[in-house]
Design a protein around this ligand. Structure first.
Ligand SMILES: [Zn+2]
Length: 447
């Protein structure tokens, strides 16, 4: 800091023009990214949506007709694409965690505790910000565990001994016991605590980049399906949390230099039937004691991942036959075919599946304890369908410092989010696919 103040003062004394401002510092841009999980673009176009804060931000800034998620349309992969500027074929996150124990003779598992260093194969915008000397924070962001580039954190599963957590306990916002049993109450309760944590970080630490994620809409839609009053009530609740954050930034004295990006990771759609992929594999003789090269299914809602210990051209053909044309199956893709839709292959990473199966609309892959391949369910919600499905599309609203009042802009891919954050913070991300949304940035956006 001292060195840069010195350089600026020197330039002023010598009558030299002031050159590009160093990132960070007392008067530089701040970016707050708020991700409202599973908020579909379809909902944003409802003229009666109970979301006055979002509506105001849309009026005063710019918003996308839709933001296109990457494949798979799942939480961690899309949160990772929004901070890396690349799709899953490069960042390698394809479920909500690290797939382990795949290509063995047992069911693979998903390790949701895997550190970011093992999970995310490319640098992130918060790494770049941290390297440039900026301060970063995350609250309930994902695929970010133990990331070096984060200065302050309140994780999805908070650490009762963490400094922000202890701060909230001292303020009486939450008890230590509640932090230790954080998963027990409702998601709305957790989202309120996450909001308090973000407010605490904003007030006390004024981070240059804050990544903030709320989950209540995803949770209620998984339970009840898409487009009902439960979802709309939850959107009203989330709108209030966005207002809380904007108010906190104002009270912290940072409003005039803060850009708000309101995003989501994917939409959600209703399902009425489950497909049990492991039952189909057993029925085809590809699992169980008689199978010499057993295959296993990881069910993920709109899609399923199939892994086999030693996949060959012949064994893959048998895997395809187990799924192709079966009730509720939309498409069966080899690794080469999946790569054309942005998925990593087994050659890219051990995360890449040996076969990818998409569910048809109205169906989702599940792991029901049933001998039947297809089971009926009460209306529920799922995502993970191809990113071309209308209800999978996400939202993007930009408002505040550095954002032009453009109203609605055409749909774009969410790999544009990371370079847009980088532009606003006057930092650089290399080797990425996305381009900054220059059309919505004012001329002095990076000043
Ligand atoms: Zn999600």
């Amino acid at each position: 800091m001292f060195r840069w103040i010195g350089a600026g003062a020197l330039a002023a004394c010598l009558g030299l023009p002031m050159v590009a401002q160093r990132p960070g510092g007392e008067h530089s841009r701040k970016v707050v990214v708020i991700s409202l999980d599973a908020f579909g673009a379809e909902s944003l176009h409802d003229p009666h949506l109970p979301a006055p804060t979002l509506r105001r931000m849309m009026r005063e800034g710019s918003y996308a007709a839709a933001m296109l998620p990457i494949n798979p349309t799942v939480t961690w992969p899309n949160h990772t694409s929004m901070v890396t500027g690349v799709n899953a074929s490069k960042h390698h996150v394809i479920v909500n965690g690290l797939i382990v124990n795949q290509r063995t003779d047992a069911q693979p598992k998903i390790d949701a505790e895997a550190p970011k260093s093992r999970l995310v194969a490319v640098p992130t915008v918060y790494d770049a910000a941290h390297k440039a000397g900026l301060t970063t924070a995350e609250v309930d962001w994902v695929a970010v565990m133990k990331a070096d580039g984060i200065t302050w954190r309140f994780a999805e599963k908070p650490d009762p001994d963490g400094p922000i957590e202890r701060d909230l306990v001292v303020q009486g916002m939450v008890s230590r016991e509640d932090l230790q049993n954080f998963g027990k109450p409702s998601q709305a309760w957790r989202d309120r605590i996450y909001t308090q944590a973000a407010i605490d970080i904003i007030r006390k630490h004024h981070p240059d980049l804050l990544l903030f994620h709320l989950l209540a809409l995803d949770g209620i839609e998984h339970k009840t399906g898409f487009g009902n009053d439960s979802g709309k009530n939850t959107i009203a609740f989330l709108d209030d949390r966005v207002k809380d954050i904007v108010d906190a930034v104002r009270e912290a004295g940072d409003l005039d230099r803060t850009t708000f990006l309101i995003v989501s990771d994917h939409g959600q759609q209703s399902v009425f039937k489950h497909i049990n992929g492991n039952v189909l594999l057993r029925q085809a003789g590809l699992q169980g004691t008689s199978a010499d090269n057993p295959a296993f299914c990881i069910p993920e809602g709109g899609f399923a991942l199939i892994y086999q210990n030693h996949a060959t051209v012949e064994s893959t053909a048998a895997l395809m036959a187990a799924f192709a044309g079966k009730p509720g199956v939309r498409a069966v893709l080899t690794p080469t075919e999946a790569a054309q839709q942005g998925w990593p292959t087994p050659k890219d990473t051990d995360q890449g599946p040996d076969l990818l199966v998409y569910a048809a609309n109205g169906f989702s892959f599940a792991g029901d304890n049933s001998p039947e391949a297809v089971t009926e369910t009460k209306e529920a919600g799922a995502h993970g369908y191809p990113n071309t499905e209308p209800l999978m599309k996400a939202i993007f609203i930009a408002s505040g410092a550095g954002i032009a009042r453009k109203g609605e802009i055409p749909a774009f891919e969410n790999v544009a989010v990371a370079p847009t954050i980088a532009s606003l913070l006057n930092i650089h991300l290399e080797n990425i696919d996305g381009k900054p949304l220059s059309s919505i940035l004012t001329e002095n956006a990076t000043k």
